[in-house]
Design a protein around this ligand. Sequence first.
Ligand code: DGL
Length: 261
Amino acid sequence: MFDSGFGGLTVARALIDLLPAEHLVYLGDTGRYPYGPRPQAEVRGFARQIIEYLVHHHGVKLVIVACNTAAATGLAELQEDVDVPLIGVIEPGVRSLALATQSGRVGVIGTVGTVASGAYQDAVATLAGDLKLTSVACPGLVEFVERGETQSDEVVRLAQQLLAPLREAEVDALLLGCTHYPFLARVLSDVMGRNVVLVSSADETAFAVRRRLQGTALARPPSAGPGRHYWCSSGDVAWFQELGRTLLGPELDEVHPVTWD
Ligand code: DGL
């Protein structure tokens, strides 16, 4: 599993809880975060490199692209290069969103790259065409999470400003289309109001992994005992360990450095 940084830990938490017997390798590409403002081709190149690293260096059997910005560059295209299955966060998120709304007026927030890609508009058109979707890019939110600042007055002010179009659109369900955003759920919920359901793709992505593994030789049976976790980061490993442990929990212990040539 990989993300540009800490965001994918929301998906890692859901995966560890749902499939505790599976071994997990998590790569946070913090040395190159944020992905959101970068050109799509560059992010796709990073994703290719990381997938190759996970497959060849760690021998993983499946890769979860736990980053919307990377998944939005085109999972099908990334899949052409590798034999192991890739699972993204966009379709699972849209499925959860469709289940959560009553009015059919829904919103999605994500990075500039994700929103500009149109990946959510496409996924909604395919999976839940009757929903009325308002998409809003939220530059700046990811940086607060990466600094471990999830409740400050500044983040509240930025959220108030960024989420205004969604309040005007009177959405009743808001998809957190960036894996960092569930760490800001408290602030986002305060700004949107209690009657708006916040939807994260983390649980639904873990279910998608379970569906993909279930009944195949790829699944690691619970009788084999708890899975092992390997955490790595291309940035400051000490910071990844400190903040990562706070965000994910005690399973995040030692963090290993990764360097790109
Ligand atoms: N967690 C990544 C996502 O889901 C965020 C990105 C970033 O690095 O800007 O899009």
